[in-house]
Write a protein that binds this ligand. Structure first.
Ligand code: PLP
Length: 282
């Protein structure tokens, strides 16, 4: 199939799927999600993404209606039915279906489970990326992968309007993350990245890049850094499940990075090697 979607036991092409208006996704954005990427028909870092999905759900008191083994089997079965070897896999749980009312008691017995798999491509690592910056005015629970993404939608739109790829967010001087990725800098041979607190999503790709840097003997500093440090970094890059290590060369129209091409190339090579290793079919 070209793509496939799932909603509470029903599957079909995503364009034909219908969901009840009373699903709390519609009125409240009352749910969480996770997304991963397939290469060679294999979802990358699937267990990490599913673990974060259950963690996000727990943080907002939503019980995912199936155990993780069942969800993993569902994901693999959906992936196997899509022709494209590279695809986005999306899973979402919402508090359920019921008449509009804020408290949980309106939500019905069972949470709703959603998923889809659709063809997609990884962001290439052999080109330079351009970003803008914006004040991070999101709420203070950015560690939860909520489906309430209106601020991120606006940030992504502003980046596009500037002919850019991502928006780097900051709260005052402190850089947090991007509209839909984490941002990192290289300085004096070390990787610097914001710590995993309530101001950022703990990116799975971020964690993998950090682990690889440590393995390669590259020092990792998980501490807040400033906009000035961002602009003065040796290299800047962002990561997400579809952006394994995207090198940024321009921010707000000013050139940045470009001072440690060997180190960022090593990190990019390691990222790519990990994909090939993980997705090699037996
Ligand atoms: N930060 C935000 C706000 C995101 O939306 C995402 C991905 O969707 C990330 C970071 C990167 O997370 P991951 O590497 O797990 O895809």
């Amino acid at each position: 199939m070209e793509n496939i979607a799932y909603y509470n036991g029903v599957t079909g092409p995503i364009e034909q799927m219908m969901v009840p208006m009373n699903d709390r996704a519609c009125f409240f954005g009352d749910g969480v999600y996770d997304a991963m990427f397939t290469w060679n028909h294999v979802p990358m870092a699937m267990d990490d993404h599913l673990a974060r999905f259950y963690r996000s759900a727990k943080k907002v008191d939503i019980e995912v209606p199936v155990p993780v083994d069942e969800l993993r089997a569902l994901v693999l079965s959906l992936v196997s039915r899509v022709d494209s070897p590279t695809a986005m896999v999306y899973v979402q749980v919402t508090r359920g279906i019921g008449p509009r009312g804020h408290a949980y008691r309106f939500a019905g017995e069972r949470a709703s489970l959603w998923a889809f798999v659709r063809p997609d491509v990884l962001d290439p690592m052999d080109r330079d990326y351009r970003c803008i910056t914006m004040e991070d005015t999101r709420f203070l629970h950015c560690d939860i992968k909520t489906i309430n993404l209106l601020p991120s939608v606006i940030y992504a739109q502003r980046a596009e309007e500037h002919g850019c790829d991502e928006t780097i967010l900051h709260r005052g001087e402190r850089v947090t993350e991007c509209a839909h990725s984490n941002v990192h800098i290289l300085k004096d041979g070390a990787l610097r990245t914001a710590p995993c607190d309530h101001l950022i999503l703990p990116g799975i790709t971020r964690a993998h890049r950090i682990a690889q840097c440590r393995q390669m003997g590259i020092p990792v500093i998980e501490e807040p850094f400033t906009v000035a440090e961002l602009m003065d970094a040796d290299e800047v890059f962002f990561t997400s499940c579809s952006a394994l290590c995207c090198r940024v060369r321009e921010i707000d129209g000013r050139p940045v990075g470009g001072q440690d091409p060997e180190l960022i190339a090593r990190i990019q090579r390691a990222a790519w090697d990990e994909v090939l290793e993980e997705t090699r079919q037996a």
